[in-house]
Design a protein around this ligand. Structure first.
Ligand code: NAD
Length: 253
């Protein structure tokens, strides 16, 4: 448990499912007050109810991270009901599997809009609170596919590589202000997103077979990412910024 997280307001995007949900639950257990943001209104309400059932304060807000007005409105609600934002974890994301020549401009733009521009909106709208406090923690969830490449995912990989570069540049700019910015590129985490891709035969193999080839011999769990996040948003991670912290069972180094 990272006690310094206690009572700080944490915003987690994509918090209705998978990695985002696990991060929200973990930060709440570490004592944070959590705002869960997601496109899926019903699922994010249910997720916040789970967090509250553990005794934490949690607010659910429906957003589309690709739309700045949606983020501005959600943050206004967070500030009014919970207080200024100290911690931000960007986990909202969408994947896509298409041969390069079949990717439409609309599909390219939507993936970039959610995964990369969404990260920009959520960070830019939160940073003023962190500057006022002289303290802040940002973790952007990218993807190990941006480290090694991935066939049929040029649009997705480009968006996640953008998140890695964005993180490094923002960390340099915000370092002097007491704000750290890091990125976790997960590798094969067992979540609804990867199970959906597995069902459609898009992973090239089952998650279990991928796990068998992973050095630590298991698939990643959302809790593995949440644990790394809990460290990165803690007080004691203040000297860690601009870093790409792989959580992938040893698949990429
Ligand atoms: N699961 C993996 O193996 C894996 C690997 C690498 C990277 N990632 C990344 O981790 C993040 C979380 O993935 P996951 O596996 O938990 O997926 P998931 O599909 O289980 O959860 C993603 C959540 O993001 C929400 N979302 C999608 N578009 C949104 C939007 N426009 N605005 C707000 N919310 C939106 C969805 O409703 C969903 O609740 C994603 O960014 C994904 O690209 C996952």
């Amino acid at each position: 448990m990272h006690a310094a997280t206690r009572r700080k307001v944490a915003v987690v995007t994509g918090a209705a499912s998978g990695i985002g949900l696990s991060v929200a639950q973990r930060l709440a257990r570490d004592g944070a007050t959590v705002a869960l943001l997601d496109l899926d209104a019903e699922a994010v309400e249910a997720a916040a109810a789970k967090v509250r059932a553990d005794g934490a304060t949690a607010l659910a807000v429906r957003v589309d991270v690709a739309v700045r007005a949606s983020i501005d409105a959600a943050y206004a609600q967070v500030r009014e009901q919970l207080g200024p934002i100290a911690i931000l974890v960007n986990s909202a994301g969408i994947d896509g599997f298409k041969r390069f020549l079949n990717i439409t401009a609309e599909q390219w733009e939507r993936i970039l809009a959610v995964n990369l521009t969404g990260t920009f909106h959520c960070c830019q709208a939160a940073v003023p609170d962190m500057l006022d406090a002289g303290w802040g923690r940002i973790v952007n969830i990218s993807s190990s596919s941006a480290q090694g490449g991935q066939p049929l995912m040029t649009h997705y990989v480009a968006s996640k590589a953008g998140v890695i570069g964005f993180t490094k540049a923002l960390a340099l700019e915000l370092g002097p202000e007491g704000i750290t910015v890091n990125t976790i590129p997960p590798g094969f985490i067992d979540t609804p997103m990867s199970r959906r891709s597995e069902e459609k035969g898009l992973l090239g193999d089952t998650i279990e077979n991928h796990a068998a080839r992973t050095p630590v011999r298991r698939a990643g769990l959302p809790e593995d990412i949440a644990a790394a996040c809990a460290y990165l948003v803690s007080e004691e991670a203040g000297y860690v910024t601009g870093q790409v912290i792989g959580v992938n069972g040893g698949r990429n180094t």
